[in-house]
Design a protein around this ligand. Structure first.
Ligand code: BGC
Length: 753
């Protein structure tokens, strides 16, 4: 036999390793070897066809693996709030399994509102266990797009308006998921801040805005959280689709940040053969082959990274360098997940997961206003009147790809009835909003139809409050089209379905009306001065009702803080022109164009700059107890860190700040101490203040603790687009610490030289 014919066998033997049982196994199957050794061993064993098969879908949520070598398929699942029910191989409808009802965790806007990294780790670990149990390798979440406009239909899936908050909260989530041998897929990269024309709009912005506002949360997920996957977004950035945007994927993500995981396309977000090959996309998933429309069913071999790719390699238009990189990344993902050296089995629907969901949902609930009516006190034999659709509407189903099928969902009304078994807890609807109950054929089984007129609904509600010890209105948004929902934005921030008028009428009859707003994005509250208490609730998942009742009854002392500003009106915000939002059509341009003219001034950065009063500021949230702050203590009065540094640097601590916080009330509670830095005046206009630290302290009644903040050089930096560097300006910087962005309790000055 010729040597050449023997070569593959010789190479295979050379690539074998002896495992502890004394048997020879190929290196890629040897769990004692490092992931990189296994990738290096596996890659050359693959044919070109097998490598290409790794890079594109074979079904709605899976790709093929390499069956010949025992390398398994890769399975993805939505999404950030729970494990999506199984769908059919090539359809979005659920497959009808009877064992795929998951624990529904709270929406990410609620997680962000906990301002608690421990809650984020608990969330990540719990959902990671559910994903692993369901044999999913990539969890399509979390999402960290900045709340640029309150109208964005997907704000509920994201972590608020501040890049630092989102960046701090995403890291533990990613780590917790990945502890289970499941890749977190951080989405949607990047500048994907609206749903209107999401597949046809170019977000155009300068580098300063990009680096200071829209990238940091992704950067934290990659560089601190070591995320194994990232999802390109549907929109374009500066004229190129983001699933194959060279600047975002090759220069920044894989270049500056050194990302070694897989870039996954959003479903149907890949739009061009050559760009898909050359610009850093690794795995193409989708609906059809042409964006989100067109082509035959089961058309996976027509995907950009399927036959068109093979054809280009065959006729020499592209080489295999990119293919090897993509295949190596997919193999790395497999060796990190389904073929990880440490086996993980996960768990599903465990009591611990439901307990975690309840804890997180309660910790994120924000007490916005309280005249003392809360916590609720309803005597035995007393009467509690609950009004509003969101007291009964189940909202785990709906919202788009994050819609879930859950074992159970406790509504607020059910939980309040449970909390006050000896009282008469009465419900009236007050208004009819949305009667839909299903998404992709998962149905809540509720019948929400109601034929009463608006006037009758209101008069029935007013009649019900007769003799009540307390009245709670529970309304807000829902997860249907035009509300908090993928694919659509809202038209305004006023409450839909005439709820403002209902609240006003109720407030006239009951001055101590308690209003609970359930939403995933900011709403206007023009009646705020006329009601007794206001609570911001969220889509809390399976345990949503229990969590809300925990806070209303005082079983849990509220400690959530707003992750975004609640403005008084939409018009107060930074987006003034169609150019800014929702985009315009320009001559000669194929796609809609949108310009981030407001620059870095989004959220509180805008309201601060313009000195526009808001309803409730970023970071705001009350407690049933009181906290007092001591004086800020700085590790130095002057630091020598002025100057510039390259992206990816500046992590070294330059200042430590501490402050004593005391619980001066009579019940236990938690305070979120927030640190903002205020730059000196300079040539470049900067936000008045920016969040650079927060510390959530659990303090028993009468107890004191110390909030500690570690500030790296980057905390003081602005991005200089021309120099492509971070710059720290010298001068007197103020450090402000307090209970919200508008309730600052202590400040100190540091000189930067
Ligand atoms: C969404 C993604 C989601 C994917 C798969 C897309 O339409 O934008 O967030 O993960 O579908 O369901």
């Amino acid at each position: 036999m010729k040597f050449k014919a023997l070569l593959p066998a010789i190479l295979a033997i050379a690539a074998c390793t002896t495992n502890p049982a004394g048997k020879n196994v190929p290196v890629y199957l040897d769990l004692s070897r490092s992931v990189e050794e296994r990738v290096a061993d596996a890659l050359p064993r693959l044919t070109t066809e097998e490598k290409v098969a790794l890079t594109h879908a074979q079904s709605k949520f899976s790709s093929r693996g390499v069956p010949r070598l025992g390398i398994p398929e890769v399975w993805c699942t939505d999404g950030p709030h729970g494990i999506r029910p199984e769908v059919l191989w090539d359809e979005w409808d659920q497959a009808g399994w009877t064992n795929d009802s998951c624990t529904a965790f709270p929406a990410l806007s609620c997680l962000a509102a906990t301002w608690d990294k421990e809650m984020s780790l608990l969330f990540g670990r719990s959902i990671g266990e559910e994903a692993r149990y369901r044999k999913k390798d990539i969890l399509l979440g979390p999402g960290v797009n900045i709340c640029r406009t309150p109208l964005n239909g997907r704000n509920f899936e994201y972590m608020g308006e501040d890049p630092y908050l989102a960046g701090q909260m995403v890291v533990p989530y990613v780590k917790g998921v990945q502890e289970n041998g499941v890749a977190a897929c951080v989405k949607h990269f990047a500048v994907n801040n609206q749903e209107v024309r999401r597949t046809a709009t170019s977000s155009n912005l300068d580098d300063r805005t990009l680096y200071e506002i829209y990238l940091p949360a992704f950067e934290a997920a990659v560089r601190e959280g070591n995320a194994w996957a990232i999802m390109g977004s549907y929109n374009l950035y500066n004229g190129q689709f983001n699933c194959h945007n060279k600047r975002l994927l090759l220069d920044i993500l894989k270049g500056e940040w050194g990302f070694d995981g897989v870039v996954v396309s959003d479903w149907g977000g890949c739009r061009d053969d050559d760009e898909a090959i050359l610009n850093g996309l690794d795995m193409e998933f989708g609906t059809w082959t042409n964006g989100l429309t067109g082509a035959a069913s089961d058309g996976y071999s027509n995907y950009h990274l399927a036959n068109p790719y093979l054809q280009r390699i065959a006729d020499g238009r592209v080489g295999t360098k990119e293919l090897d990189d993509k295949a190596a990344r997919v193999l790395r993902t497999i060796f990190r997940t389904s073929m990880a050296s440490e086996p993980h089995f996960g768990s599903f629907n465990s009591p611990e997961h439901y307990a975690a969901a309840r804890r997180i949902a309660a910790a994120g609930t924000v007490l916005l206003q309280n005249n003392g009516i809360l916590p609720l006190n309803v005597p035995d034999g007393g009467k509690l009147v609950v009004i509003g659709e969101n007291a009964v509407k189940k909202m785990v189903v709906g919202g788009g790809s994050s819609s879930l099928k859950t074992n159970y969902e406790i509504t607020p009304l059910e939980a309040l009835q449970e909390a006050f078994p000896a009282a008469d807890v009465v419900w009236e609807r007050g208004y009819v909003g949305d009667t839909s109950t299903s998404y992709n054929k998962v149905d809540t089984g509720q019948d929400l139809t109601d034929s009463r007129s608006a006037a009758k609904l209101l008069s029935d509600a007013i009649a019900a409050i007769e003799g009540a010890d307390a009245v709670i209105f529970i309304g807000g948004l829902n997860k249907s089209g035009g509300q908090d929902n993928e694919g659509t934005d809202r038209a305004d921030i006023i409450l839909p379905y005439g709820q403002d008028a209902v609240i006003e009428a109720l407030a006239e009859a009951v001055p101590s009306l308690i209003v609970v707003n359930i939403s995933g994005s900011p709403v206007a509250m023009p009646w705020a001065d006329k009601v007794g208490a206001i609570v911001q609730g969220w889509y809390g998942g399976s345990e949503t009702g229990h969590a809300l009742a925990d806070v209303l009854t005082g079983a849990v002392n509220p400690s959530g803080r707003l992750p975004f500003t609640l403005p008084k009106a939409l018009a107060d915000g930074p987006l003034k022109t169609e150019r800014q939002y929702p985009g315009i059509q320009e001559e000669g341009q194929e796609w809609w164009q949108e310009y981030y003219d407001e620059g870095v001034f989004v959220g509180y950065r805008w309201y601060d700059k313009q000195q526009i009063p808001v309803q409730f500021p970023f970071g705001h949230g009350l407690s049933y107890t009181e906290f007092e702050y001591g004086n800020a203590g700085l590790s130095g009065k002057a630091i020598g860190c002025a100057g510039s540094f390259s992206p990816g640097q500046g992590e070294e601590e330059v200042l430590k700040v501490t402050v004593k916080v005391s619980n001066t009330g009579s019940i236990d509670g938690a305070e979120v101490a927030q640190l903002y830095v205020c730059p000196p005046e300079g040539d470049v206009e900067r936000p008045v203040k920016e969040l650079r630290g927060f510390d959530k302290l659990q303090l028993a009644a009468g107890e004191s603790g110390t909030a500690t903040f570690s500030l790296p050089r980057r905390a003081f930096a602005r991005f200089d687009a021309d120099a492509h560097k971070w710059v720290v300006d010298p001068g007197q910087w103020r450090i402000e610490i307090g209970s919200s962005s508008a309730d600052l309790r202590t400040s100190a000055t540091v000189e930067i030289r």
